[in-house]
Design a protein around this ligand. Structure first.
Ligand SMILES: [Zn+2]
Length: 422
């Protein structure tokens, strides 16, 4: 055991980094955001042992560093691991997850999630067995990846498969739940949860054909809520429209996974008041809106009007005291880089620390895990992201990820700079 000031520790020659073999790991830092609310620590670092954070200190602190501690070669701005609360683990990257070579699967997971700092991914709809197989392989250590939570197969209104997923393979479409009544909805939800899913996702309003909106019958939504809440899990909903948000509130939905595109009138104060009173969280997915409208060749001025209206929804929701969760709909959306989402969130009035909260403390609280994740404190899971630059200077820096640790294990490392390069 050696006790040194961290300013010295940071400049000790770094040993070859192998966190798996390390008894303890020291991650030096230029700055540490221990939480969105706390004043950041300058210099210093984070000491990790047994998958947990054991010490966090700034340059003036003295901490005991065990003899066999390895020092991470990652150094930068350290924040808690991120949760993306709206992903889909589906498509060619993830198909056949049980059998795909681990290296290939790891590349898929990395390209969509880990390279952007995701240590927990909430999958809001995919092939249930496939996603659970992927999760099992990550947990067995066959490949590096985030913790995965999933809703499995989502629940749609009867004959309500949205037009935009009609090109999915028929075998998949056939498995999407479209319960005809509350009893069938209960059965669908139970079968998901029995298979090991972590919540339920329902579609409040869908577009099964152009120009037609179809609502989920209220008794089906309520049945899904009851079955899900009885198991202590969260009910998530695709709202579709403002009326869909209203229906989600009436059903007891916990999280809506989008703002509502296509409506220029704002979420009114009565709706906002009730959303906040009932602790409904919102995942904004702004980048998705731009992506979808671009696919439809919508003129730029109309895009601006429609997206601005969604920014207003979130601005008002935040002003009312609502909880915002970061999420991008990657997996459905083929552009994985979250940079634009951070910029849009900032345009909706979120500060860099509000965005950090949406990535860390807010999901930890929403999933009732604040005692183990979301902040950098002794005793917390060592889910950590090292950023190359400070997000307080520019929110785009949330996407400039150098290294990611999950439970103290390195799960992503950006390509190392070439030694002795000018
Ligand atoms: Zn989605």
């Amino acid at each position: 055991m050696r006790s040194i000031t961290l300013a010295t520790a940071c400049f000790l020659s770094a040993v070859a980094f192998d966190s798996a073999a390390a008894e303890s790991l020291f991650i030096p830092a230029d700055k540490i955001y221990t939480s969105p609310e706390a004043k950041p620590l300058l210099q210093g670092g984070v000491l990790v042992r047994g998958g947990r954070i054991t010490s966090v200190a700034d340059e003036r602190s003295r901490i005991a560093i065990p003899e066999n501690t390895q020092t991470s070669q990652c150094r930068g701005i350290v924040v808690a691991g991120f949760q993306n609360s709206h992903v889909h683990l589906m498509g060619p990257l993830f198909d056949g997850a049980a059998k795909k070579p681990a290296a290939e699967l790891e590349k898929s997971v990395e390209s969509m999630l880990t390279r952007y700092g995701v240590t927990t991914a909430f999958d809001t709809g995919s092939d249930q067995a496939n996603t659970i197989a992927l999760r099992a392989r990550i947990e067995k250590g066959e490949l590096r990846g985030p913790r995965i939570l999933t809703v499995g197969w989502p629940v749609y209104p009867p004959n309500g498969i949205p037009i935009y997923i009609r090109d999915l393979p028929k075998a998949m479409l056939d498995q999407l739940h479209q319960p005809k009544d509350a009893a069938e909805a209960r059965k669908n939800v139970r079968s998901n949860l029995d298979a090991g899913t972590d919540g339920t996702k329902i579609f409040m309003v869908t577009t099964p054909e152009p120009g037609k909106l179809l609502s989920l019958p209220p008794e089906i939504a309520r049945a899904a809520a009851e079955e899900t809440h009885a198991r202590g899990k969260l009910l998530l909903a695709h709202p579709g429209t403002r009326a869909g948000v209203r229906a989600a509130l009436d059903a007891g939905v916990d999280v809506i996974v989008h703002t509502t595109l296509g409506e220029t009138s704002p979420w009114d104060s009565e709706l906002l008041r009730e959303m906040v009173a009932k602790k409904m969280s919102v995942v904004p997915t702004f980048k998705l809106w731009v992506y979808e409208l671009a696919k439809q060749n919508v003129p730029e001025n109309v895009v601006k009007m429609l997206v601005d209206a969604t920014l207003e929804q979130l601005r008002a929701f935040k002003a009312a005291g609502g909880q915002i969760l970061f999420g991008t709909d990657v997996g459905y959306m083929h552009e994985f880089d979250p940079t634009d989402e951070y910029v849009w969130m900032s345009k909706a009035g979120l500060t860099p620390m509000d965005i950090l909260a949406s990535l860390t403390t807010a999901p930890a609280e929403r999933w009732k895990e604040s005692s183990r994740r979301g902040r950098i404190e002794p005793g917390m899971d060592a889910d950590l992201v090292v950023l190359a630059a400070d997000p307080a200077d520019d929110v785009k820096n949330f996407a400039k990820v150098s290294c990611v640790f999950r439970a103290g294990q390195l799960i992503y490392e950006a390509a190392k700079p070439v030694p002795n390069s000018p």
